[in-house]
Design a protein around this ligand. Structure first.
Ligand SMILES: Cc1ncc(COP(=O)(O)O)c(C=O)c1O
Length: 405
């Protein structure tokens, strides 16, 4: 059966060039970077090289990069690490209604420990308003955490403008106030530069960049102190104990290098394929609604609600024809609750349940898009034929046509 993978926001296939870079570190180059001998130094040099590449991807200095086990751990280290360390200065955090479940979960855990959390709305376009951030900031706010690009709808948030507000307050004396941004999705689809953004902390994950799962990084601006969350070793300049996963870090370094070099070309191709996809869907399927601002979003994401049907049903139907997509975020699928992100856009239950995320990648082809355009309309039609909601709507439309209303 033909297979088309349109779920790159969940994870990406590992680039063969990345595999090639990592393989020697699973065999001959097995040293522990903390060892003094040749094997250790060989591993240390490889980790340092990877650190330079990851730093280069986001315009940071190498010693501002802390390797972690992925985006979730980077988010934990950023939010918990900063909040624990700044608790004496204030116990208020500002976040948004559409953060990834890792940030959402940490904020809930903070609330259970008597922190106050303000969750900003995102309105119909899926974008936070800078004015809302300004209004939410208080003298006891120690952290603002706003993702750079959303994992379900791909909308890009005004992080640089928010950073300007944070800087203003810091300069006025609120020294412990920091800005964290989760750039796990953004890094694959847009230029990310920590100085242009003006953030203090920024999370990355390798498996969204064509490297394996289980490795990520937190950018920590020089001078920002964090309470380590992994205690027990001197690694990562005391910020994250534990022997480094050298093969995964090397893979991440190579993936970061390739992303930096190829980003422009990748995003240009992906954007034009998405246009082909969306134009095709619009001309073949009625009663669809796009979720999130269509201009201010990552180039590879298209999140569409199909009226009158359940996204889960459509996902399964497409999967049977070899097309992989997702409903909600991968980590929350399996739950029948409508996606909190789509709900935060103000969608009703029906539209929230009928939403599907198509996410394209660097190796997606025109033929693959055309195949999806062939099977998707049929799948939607079959499901709608079985949907009582649809039958009712069609009936009342025909009635309206006949009665001329
Ligand atoms: C926006 C965002 N943040 C964080 C994560 C978690 O990253 P990881 O899977 O590396 O833990 C994800 C993964 O889906 C994500 O999309």
């Amino acid at each position: 059966m033909r297979r088309v993978y349109l779920d790159h926001s969940a994870t990406t296939p590992v680039d063969p060039r990345v595999v090639e870079a990592l393989l020697p570190f699973l065999t001959a180059k097995f040293g522990n970077p903390s060892s003094v001998h040749f094997y250790g130094q060989e591993a240390r040099a490889a980790v340092d090289r990877a650190r330079r590449e990851v730093a280069g991807l986001v315009g940071a200095r190498p010693n501002e990069i802390v390797f972690t086990s992925g985006g979730t751990e980077a988010n934990n280290l950023a939010v918990r690490g900063h909040c624990e360390q700044a608790a004496d200065q204030g116990r208020h955090v500002i976040t948004t209604a559409i953060e990834h479940s890792s940030v959402r979960g940490i904020c809930e855990a903070l609330e259970r420990r008597d922190w106050e959390v303000t969750r900003l709305p995102v309105y119909g376009d899926g974008v936070v308003r800078v004015e809302d951030v300004r209004a939410a900031l208080r003298p006891d706010t120690v952290l603002v955490t706003v993702m750079l690009a959303n994992n379900e709808v791909g909308t890009v948030q005004p992080v640089a403008e928010i950073a300007a507000l944070v800087r203003e307050l810091r300069e006025a004396g609120q020294k412990h106030l920091r800005l964290h941004t989760d750039a796990v999705q953004a890094a694959a689809g847009m230029r990310v530069d920590v100085d242009e953004l003006g953030c203090d902390l920024l999370s990355l994950s390798a498996h969204k960049l064509y490297a394996p799962k289980g490795v990520g990084a937190l950018y920590v601006r020089r001078g920002v102190r964090l309470a380590p969350q992994n205690i027990g070793g001197h690694q990562e300049r005391e910020r994250r104990g534990g022997t480094e996963s050298v093969p995964l870090i090397v893979a991440f370094g190579e993936a970061a290098r390739l992303t930096r070099v190829e980003l422009e070309e990748r995003t240009r191709r992906i954007r034009s394929l998405r246009e082909r996809f969306e134009t095709g869907v619009e001309s073949r399927v009625a009663d669809i609604v796009y979720n999130g601002d269509r201009a201010r979003r990552l180039p590879g994401v298209s999140n569409i609600s199909f009226r009158f049907i359940e996204g889960e049903g459509l996902l399964i139907n497409l999967d049977m024809q070899g097309v992989a997509v997702s409903t909600g975020s991968a980590c929350s699928s399996g739950s029948l609750e409508p996606s909190p992100v789509i709900r935060a856009l103000g969608r009703d239950d029906e539209l929230a349940r009928g939403s599907i995320r198509f996410s394209l990648g660097k190796d997606t082809t025109e033929e693959e898009i055309d195949y999806v355009l062939e099977v998707l309309p049929r799948a939607v039609e079959n499901l709608r034929r079985l949907s009582p909601l649809y039958q009712k709507a069609v009936g009342s439309r025909q009635y309206a046509l006949r009665s001329g209303s």
